[in-house]
Design a protein around this ligand. Structure first.
Ligand code: BG6
Length: 479
């Protein structure tokens, strides 16, 4: 349940990098949805901070254009007052005068509202600017809050948080000297997706799953995110980084954590975050020898001709890794992580294959396996395959499905988008759907290990054609 009462205090939302892609594609439409549904505090203002030499008018024009492009049905009557929530403060990320100007704007707003408003700083900038922005926020005292009830300050940081364990640790140490952990919200937008939030409800509210959720009953788990899109002109950000860092370190490993974490004692943010971190820490590292047996990586044909990609680039756009967890619950169960761009299907799905009954009264060589298919997108649905006697005179047993489709089950309920949900949670001070520092470090430790092992092993880069299922070579699903 959304607790509206907590989101009524005056709040200013400051976006660094406000003229960029994230603001246009995600933040503006999400803020608009929240505004339309009256979920924003009554006194709410958005300040865009960027290097571009713009004033309020140019900024509002950009907001209007982005909104109309993404939500063409935007009503003029709502658009006008919505645009007035926005203003622009021009400044460099690495010089003090921009921050001083910003501070005086914030002061003016506080005077006008006769209060010390809450401040949310959103870093929608390339990660190389994080450090300098953290320092300037601290030096200019912009991030000093008054109290936890009113006049608080919170910081939202986009992924990637660092580019490996070392840089993430450095960034974290710096953040730790400037902000308290409860002020920092590290976004992984997958955690805001409706079906991803449902994973814990599904796992821990259904008693039939409770005892079945372990190596004794589950044979393997396959987590797959495949996209039809390629790198969409993001060569500069993507090349040399690769898909394992771009989506593996965050979205894929968060799905793994939610599916495999131990039962929490309650649903409090700290408990959930600690349980997710615990299971991520249990990921078994590879050696140069084991990595070749348990993983492949590949690049789509034509990738090196994309804009801002090196012609001899060895960056992966696809990988498949058979991971293992060193825990009592999961020891020996392969967890396949499969993730790729420019593939045939756009789908995010987790398949959990149960062991067959033993003794298995199955005919011939077919075993009766139940498979739970938990689909995050495009349709939000859960299906469970089961075995049933086909009507008729013979005892013929066939596979069939129980299907739960979220949108069909709740036809009149409006779904809330991931960024809307996450912004609301920041307003309400709920960190459950944000990634803790321990999770970030555990994920980087695993990803660094894979990348290092690939390098040491001289792992060959495979190739695949766009619009296919990926490379023809696959990691076998069995250990
Ligand atoms: C982003 C990645 O975090 O997630 C992109 O940087 C990817 O490469 C995107 O395309 C996928 O998100 P979604 O919500 O469209 O599945």
């Amino acid at each position: 349940m959304i607790d509206y009462s907590k989101t009524t205090t005056p709040t200013i939302f400051i976006v660094f990098g406000a003229t960029g892609d994230l603001m246009r594609r995600k933040l503006i439409p999400s803020l608009y949805q929240l505004y339309q549904r009256k979920l924003l505090p009554p006194l709410f203002h958005i300040i865009g901070y960027s290097r571009r030499d713009w004033g309020d008018k140019e900024f509002r024009d950009m907001v209007a254009a982005s909104l109309i492009e993404r939500l063409p049905d935007t009503a003029q009557g709502v658009l006008h007052p919505f645009l007035h929530l926005f203003s622009y403060s021009q400044g460099m990320f690495d010089t003090a005068d921009g921050y001083e100007k910003l501070a005086s704007r914030l002061g003016v707003r506080d005077k006008e509202w006769r209060t010390c408003a809450n401040k949310i700083f959103y870093l929608a900038v390339p990660p190389e600017y994080y450090k300098t922005i953290f320092h300037h926020l601290s030096d200019s005292h912009l991030a000093v809050g008054h109290s936890e009830e009113a006049g608080w300050t919170r910081l939202i940081v986009e992924k990637p948080f660092g580019k490996d364990l070392k840089t993430a640790e450095k960034l974290d140490a710096l953040l730790g000297t400037l902000f308290k952990e409860d002020q920092v919200y590290r976004i992984d937008h997958y955690l805001g997706k409706e079906t991803v939030q449902n994973i814990l409800a599904f796992r821990f509210s259904n008693s039939f799953l409770e005892h079945a959720w372990s190596k004794d009953f589950i044979e393997r788990i396959h987590i797959k995110i495949s996209e039809q899109i390629g790198i969409e002109g993001r060569g500069e950000l993507f090349d040399g980084v690769g898909l394992l860092r771009d989506m593996g370190q965050n979205h894929m490993l968060q799905l793994l954590a939610l599916f495999t974490m131990d039962t929490p004692k309650d649903f409090a943010a700290d408990t959930i975050r600690a349980k997710r971190a615990e299971v991520l820490r249990a990921l078994k590292p590879f050696t140069a020898r084991t990595v070749s047996k348990h993983s492949i990586h590949a690049q789509y044909d034509g990738y090196t001709q994309e804009k801002n990609v090196a012609p001899d680039s060895q960056t992966e756009t696809y990988y498949m890794i058979r991971a293992h967890l060193n825990t009592q619950r999961w020891r020996g169960v392969p967890i396949i992580l499969e993730n790729g761009k420019a593939l045939k299907d756009a789908i995010a799905k987790i398949s959990v294959r149960f062991r067959h009954p033993s003794p298995c009264l199955c005919p011939g060589s077919t075993h009766f396996h139940n498979v739970l298919r938990y689909q995050v997108q495009p349709q939000e649905r859960i299906s469970m395959s089961f075995w049933v006697k086909r009507p008729g005179t013979e005892m013929k047993i066939e596979e069939n499905d129980f299907v739960f489709d979220y949108k069909q089950a709740y036809p009149d309920t409006e779904f809330i988008g991931p960024y809307e949900k996450l912004l609301l949670d920041v307003l309400q001070g709920n960190q459950t759907l944000f990634v803790s520092t321990s999770e970030i470090m555990a994920s980087w430790r695993f990803v660094d290990n894979v990348l290092r092992s690939w390098k040491k092993a001289g792992q060959p880069m495979l190739h695949y054609q766009k619009g296919t299922d990926g490379p023809t070579e696959r990691v076998t699903l069995h250990p």
